[in-house]
Write a protein that binds this ligand. Structure first.
Ligand code: ZN
Length: 158
């Protein structure tokens, strides 16, 4: 069995149009535990054979990133479901309780009676491009493997 690692990376994420969607460059690098679904699987597998000092560009299809867009996750709900919210407009995000846990939904249309919400991940359906630098790697501890997350600097504190 290969030993799971704790990997620390700096990355810049762009979409097909070359727009920067996210970057770690102006903050702490990202640290993740291999095999724990801390990051999207396409990126984790692209980095699985890389060590500290490596720089690479990876393009990841939607299915290995945030998944395809599902039309059934776009649905109208009655305005009354938003009791207590005075002003609703497209682009707003709400937390919704679903059988799968808390989910972020985005408002995409509103009229007097109905709010159309989209529960797809904002990056669903997108091919993603990562420019990655591997900052460091180390072998994960037993405790980290038990917990499914990284401990210590840049990781989980509890
Ligand atoms: Zn823990």
């Amino acid at each position: 069995m290969s030993q799971a690692r704790v990997v620390t990376i700096h990355y810049t994420l762009t979409n097909d149009e070359g727009e920067v969607l996210d970057t770690s460059r102006e903050r702490e690098p990202l640290t993740y535990l291999e095999g724990a679904q801390n990051i999207i699987k396409g990126l984790e597998s692209a980095l699985s054979a890389e060590d500290a000092g490596a720089s690479l560009k990876v393009s990841i299809e939607a299915e290995d990133a945030y998944g395809e867009t599902h039309d059934e996750m776009i649905q109208p709900v009655p305005r009354s479901a938003f009791e207590g919210v005075e002003h609703i407009e497209p682009g707003m995000e709400f937390q919704a309780q679903t059988p799968d846990g808390v989910q972020i939904v985005r408002v995409i249309a509103v009229d007097a009676e109905t709010v159309v919400i989209d529960a797809n991940h904002p990056l669903a359906g997108e091919r993603l491009h990562f420019d990655v630098e591997v900052v460091s790697t180390r072998v994960a501890t037993e405790e980290e493997l038990d917990h499914g997350h990284v401990h210590g600097p840049h990781g989980h504190h509890h």
